[in-house]
Design a protein around this ligand. Structure first.
Ligand code: ADP
Length: 620
């Protein structure tokens, strides 16, 4: 656990690095370079190996070809040495006949053997007999003195290299002459040129022990000295005078070359402006002291390596870009997954929120329902209380209403007794009639009170006469209206039937009339006007109650229908009358509104609408 701890941040850093596009571009670049280098090296090595194998095979072929060609007549000089004609010549070197006979024999052998020239010379180099009249090679005497059996020399007349085989002629155990067989290597060289042309620009050269190119498929290289031969060797070369053309000409080819693997060299071919890479391989032909060098052009191998390198770079780039693509895809997928989980989380939170809000709403709803129920109960109680309040208010007037007729009734009864005692039956009858009227009036008042105090049913099922209700309400307040000398103006069609419950409608009217009377109490003109007008084509009726009081202030107007809003002194007003009245009108399907009178009039106007059924006798 502890051992892994430091790795963690490093792994995180590496992970972050892998996610960066910059890293992938760097990786792509790196892979391109790697691909380039590796493909180049691989292709070059393979191409070079193939070329080297091919070249080795050819080199073997050329070497065996050359060895066979030069070894073909190796025994010819020794065979000729025992020829009697030449023996005779050696015995008499100055004899012209012997010389001619020897020359003729040598000419025949030369033709038969296919050699270039055969001649016999003294150890000093003087030609005694020859198959052809060709000049002898330079420094022949030196070669004879050195005891050489063969050597190479350039033929200045043909420009090609000749191979000389030497064999001493002995007379009495002493060497007094030499037999020389001369081969011209030009035809063999010509086949090499031909082969070289057919083998993708392969060049062949043969260098002798002095590092002079004595044969080559490239004519310009002939008699050049390999790799700047050192001055002592150069001097020796000049002294030998075997290759006059070699003087001052160098070939930039190393003297020592890797025998098997081959070595890359850079050579400028004749006619070319630039040096080109070549694979040089060599093989020694030891008995002849020669080195055979094959030079294969590497340009094509390099070109192929170049193509392979670009291919490798493209491969590296595609791997890098693939990694970039995969990384960005992985990143996009990760972001998508993150977004999905965030969405899921948000969805979950939203659902939770909705659930909690729903629960809150349900609670609020329940609380509201409870409040409404409580309110309804309170309102019902208030309605009843308001009735009781009205009843209380009326009790004073009621006692006056009842006491007055009672007093009158007592007076009339006493008066009637006295009239009966005096026998005035007519007057008694008149008194009784008055008394009956009074009783009737009293019973009407009590009837109203009874109906008013009863708790009303909620449902409005029938219709009532609006005029009757107005009259009843006025009757209930009659004592007050008489005291204050109220002028009442009722303008309601007698047949107008409205959808309402008489008892509650009268309660509304009593409220409105009572308020109007309160307001006009101290006014000089006290006029109450009650009107009914058709609305909606007669389907509804607008009931309007106007007074000539001071009205309410603009500021108080919006508060009239608020519970417990009152301007009356304490003990006189509860501030419930209009609230209850508005509620009752609402139960009847109408709306109660208040407005101040304008246009010169002053006072208040309260109006409400009710469904109307019959406008008989009304001007619709
Ligand atoms: P209360 O009569 O017990 O005060 P109401 O709800 O019936 O309660 O009336 C509320 C208030 O409205 C009254 O105190 C009064 O100020 C005002 N008001 C009602 N009717 C009139 C009116 N006709 N003229 C002037 N003010 C009125």
């Amino acid at each position: 656990m502890v051992a892994h701890a430091p790795l963690r941040p490093r792994a995180v850093r590496l992970f972050r690095l892998l996610g960066r596009p910059g890293f992938h571009f760097f990786l792509t670049g790196l892979l391109m370079v790697l691909g380039f280098v590796l493909a180049h090296r691989l292709s070059e090595r393979t191409g070079r190996d193939q070329l080297s194998a091919l070249s080795t095979e050819r080199l073997e072929l050329y070497a065996s070809n050359l060895a066979a060609e030069l070894g073909r007549h190796a025994s010819l000089p020794s065979l000729l040495a025992i020829a009697p004609t030449l023996q005779a010549l050696m015995q008499a070197p100055g004899d012209e006949t012997a010389r001619r006979a020897a020359s003729q024999m040598l000419a025949r052998v030369n033709v038969r053997a296919g050699t270039h020239q055969i001649f016999v010379a003294t150890p000093q180099g003087e030609v005694l007999a020859a198959s052809e009249t060709l000049s002898p090679p330079p420094r022949l005497a030196e070669a004879v003195a050195q005891g050489r059996v063969h050597f190479f020399a350039a033929d200045p007349s043909t420009g090609s290299t000749d191979f000389y085989l030497l064999h001493p002629l002995r007379q009495g155990g002493q060497s007094n002459g030499v037999i020389v067989v001369r081969f011209n290597l030009a035809p063999l060289e010509a086949t090499w040129v031909d082969l070289g042309l057919r083998s993708q620009g392969e060049r062949i050269l043969v260098a002798d022990e002095q590092d002079v190119v004595i044969m080559s498929s490239v004519q310009a290289w002939k008699y050049a000295v390999l790799d700047h031969a050192d001055p002592s060797r150069r001097k020796a070369l000049e002294a030998s005078a075997r290759y006059p053309q070699a003087i001052g000409r160098d070939l930039e080819l190393p003297v020592t070359l890797e025998v098997h693997q081959g070595q890359q060299v850079s050579l400028t071919l004749p006619g070319a402006s630039r040096a080109r890479p070549m694979l040089a391989q060599q093989r020694q032909i030891l008995p002849l002291g020669l080195r055979l060098v094959a030079l294969s052009d590497l340009t094509e191998v390099h070109q192929r390596a170049q193509y392979a390198a670009w291919g490798g770079a493209a491969f590296g780039a595609s791997i890098g870009l693939l990694s970039l693509y995969l990384s960005s895809r992985r990143k996009a997928l990760r972001q998508l997954t993150q977004a999905q989980s965030a969405l899921r989380q948000a969805h979950g939170q939203l659902e939770q929120l909705v659930d909690s809000r729903t629960a809150e709403l349900r609670q609020t709803n329940d609380a509201l329902k409870t409040q409404i129920a409580q309110r309804l109960q309170t309102e019902g109680e208030l309605l009843q209380a308001s009735k009781l309040a009205v009843l209380g208010q009326m009790s004073a007037g009621l006692s006056h209403e009842v006491n007055q007729p009672l007093t009158a009734l007592r007076a009339l009864a006493r008066n009637s007794i006295r009239l009966l005692e005096t026998g005035r039956a007519d007057a008694v009858a008149a008194n009784l009639q008055i008394m009956d009227d009074m009783v009737e009036r009293m019973s009407r008042i009590t009837r109203q009170l009874k109906s008013f105090a009863r708790k009303a049913d909620d449902e409005v099922t029938g219709t009532v006469s609006l005029l009757d209700c107005v009259r009843n309400a006025l009757l209930l307040l009659d004592h007050r209206s008489r005291v204050m000398d109220l002028h009442t103006d009722v303008d309601i069609p007698a047949g107008l039937q409205v959808h309402a419950e008489a008892n509650r409608l009268e309660q509304v009217l009593v409220n409105l009339f009572g308020n109007a009377m309160d307001a006009m109490q101290h006014e000089p003109v006290r006029r109450l006007r009650v009107q009914a007008m058709p609305l909606d084509g007669g389907r509804r009726a607008l009931v309007r109650v106007q007074d000539s009081g001071p009205g309410v202030s603009e500021a108080d107007l919006p508060h009239l229908f608020e519970p417990f809003f009152t301007t009356k002194p304490a003990g006189e007003g509860l501030g419930l009358g209009l609230v209850i009245s508005a509620k009752i009108v609402h139960e009847f399907g109408g709306t109660l509104r208040a407005q101040r009178l304008a246009d010169g009039e002053h006072g208040m106007s309260f109006e409400f609408d009710l469904a109307a059924q019959s406008w008989e006798d009304a001007d619709v």
